[in-house]
Design a protein. Sequence first.
Length: 436
Amino acid sequence: MKTFRNISAFAVIILLAFSVQTVTGSGPGSRKKLAEQDLITLKGKVIDSETGTPLVFASIAVSESNVGIITNIDGEFTLKISQELLNNNIEVTFLGYKNKVVPISSLRDNGYKNIISLETAPIPIKEIVVRPIDPEAIVEKAITRIGRNYESVPNLMTAFYRETIRKNRTYVSIGEAVVEIFKAPYSNDLRFDGARIYKGRKNSDVEKMDTVLFKLQGGTTSVLQLDIAKNTEAILTIDAMKYYDYSLTGVVEIDDKPHYVINFIQKPSVDQPLFMGTLFIEMESSAITEAEFGFNLSDKAAASAIFIKKKPLGMEVTPEIATYRTKYREQNGKWYFYYSRAEVKFKVDWKRKLFNTFYTTMSEIAVTDRTDQEVIKFAGKEKVRYTDIFSEKVSAFADPNFWGDYNVIEPDQSIESAIRKLSRKLKFSDRNDLEK
């Protein structure tokens, strides 16, 4: 079946390579130690007030500041704030839920986990005519209008990329980069996107990782695959629809536009692991403007075969959770890819060890600028390949002067906050420098 043949290529958003060796990083620098002494660490978890379900990718923002973060795959967050923000509030938001404002002074710091529960809330919309609606018809219409709703000419984009690996709750690998993206037309048969690194860096303060070196393969190339309006084979084709059940769960407003909320899940009769999640489809244009989905991990053996490239003998690696998010932005009647995030949690079990270890990989990319003028496709030698390990490749693009005052990688900071700090350098005003 053609759809199933394409599933593996789409599903392997996260590829891991294991090698048996000990990794010991240098100790934290004095600048980092001094900076952390002035910060207060707040840990918390955002959940649904009725079910207790963790809310993944909920937004946490400190009022009257640029400090913010997004909850991780377990609905958890770690927020580091300065002393002068102690009298501020945090605002917690999640689509389809009531916003919640919490005084920072009411939260316990350091080792305590603060539980923040959100209540569901219907979002009022303007004059919607209610009639029997077939969710499959909505999805089918969205598929047929991809060529109309998304860009038909190539674009050159500037973006900020970040990837992290955590062992239990400790970061063991952190990397960031400013990248350029060649975005091919959505309606063209040759729709292959490409990315190249402009400036990058990684954290040298790597913790000791037992005898496992955990590697994340693909980098920017992998998160670009999450543009499901372009890489449609696994979810958004008429042929793929026969493997899923659809349900219309409501209507919400996103950026003042009413959207259908369509849930999808693979049919019980389908054996191969597929996806499940939610599509947000704008009513007027039938454009898919957001997608939140995960990989079906009920068949652990089949899922492991897809995610794990290689591992040492005597080790069992099982994917526990795999979540993905993609967003598009509208301009002049066309929708453009501008954000994606992938987060996967693995359980690592050595036969001779009593306790399991959990590793969580995260990669995300946010587009900061784009142009459709004088766009030239990248040369093959410039592009990041599927087989590349970002943490190994990024050192060649190091430039301490580029990062300026933003000289310490803050993995618990939202990608939006990082972009604000680098806003001057993430525009095409630096295009000439990029081409040197």
